[in-house]
Design a protein around this ligand. Sequence first.
Ligand SMILES: *Cc1c(COP(=O)(O)O)cnc(C)c1O
Length: 353
Amino acid sequence: MIPHNKPTLDEKEIEAIQEVILSGWVANGEKVKNFERDFCKYLGFNSNCAVAVSSGTAGLFLALKAIGVGENDEVILPTYVCSAVLNAIYMAQAKPILVDIDDKDFNISFDLVNQLINQRTKALIIPHTYGVPIDIHRIKNIGIPIIEDCAQAIGSKIGDDYAGTIGDISVFSFYATKVITTGNGGMVLTQRKEYIDRLKDYLDFDYRENYYPRFNFLMSDIQGAMGISQLGKLDYLLKKREEIADCYMSICQEKGWDFQRPRQNTLKQNHYRFVIKSESSLINKLKDYLDSREIRTIIPIEKKELLHNYLGLDSSRFYVSQKIAETTLSLPAYPQLVVNGDIEKIVDVLRGF
Ligand SMILES: *Cc1c(COP(=O)(O)O)cnc(C)c1O
């Protein structure tokens, strides 16, 4: 059976974790500090611009807190995104304002964002959906803090800039299914010192002068060591993912199938996912066909999961998301497929459909 996703882990991670365990220090410490430093360096920032956290969701919550988002503040986000983003907004006691997406890249519609901004808008959360980046430069000067959700977009580029380096603050995830993983984990990245100070203050609650609610969203050194190892492989992993995408693009061309792609050709994706777009009847048939040949695919976000449906809002304002949810299929896309030759098998099976 070929699974839809799989982390790329080997002896390097085993050795890194073993070293931490044998050192006797497994909590948040030097390894996490080094991971934060390496992360900044990879993205071209000074070494003190990142704070490692326990998950991407925790990172989104902390980014909202760093900005100062609180009760009754409005936060704009797309309806087409995992509910983790909505959870972070509610945790911060803010009010989510949902927006529809573009049907080419599945990213937030800037035109609609502009219409929804008002005095209560305190932040925008902009995900780079499935690693396909959106040009943040276009709304950078909107006057409201921008949180780039890079949970799926590490290594994606907007011109010469990495995704996550343009907005005011950005959040990455190292969950098991993401491009690099620490099991669970996340990173918050920002060049604003006042944000970094607030993040660190929130996470550090022992021996304080005065009390206010803080919380433990720390990463452990076991995860930190794993992260250092994974980050060291990132360029290799991105190359392998590109090879997979090239294979899928050529079969799509043969078949006349459309797929999710960036809005402009200056945007470079990390190929976190390869998502086919077609009528729902073909999508369902293709999914069953691949299933019967032991190749697992997923509908990346189903209609019922769209945030406006979870919240019981009128779906007519979210036409594109409704349509995309019913006309997309995500194919297996992880580096090991090129190493073990499974990608050729999948392409052959697709050719026979
Ligand atoms: C995975 C993901 C998150 C949440 O990250 P976790 O580490 O799983 O908490 C948030 N936003 C997007 C777009 C994601 O893909």
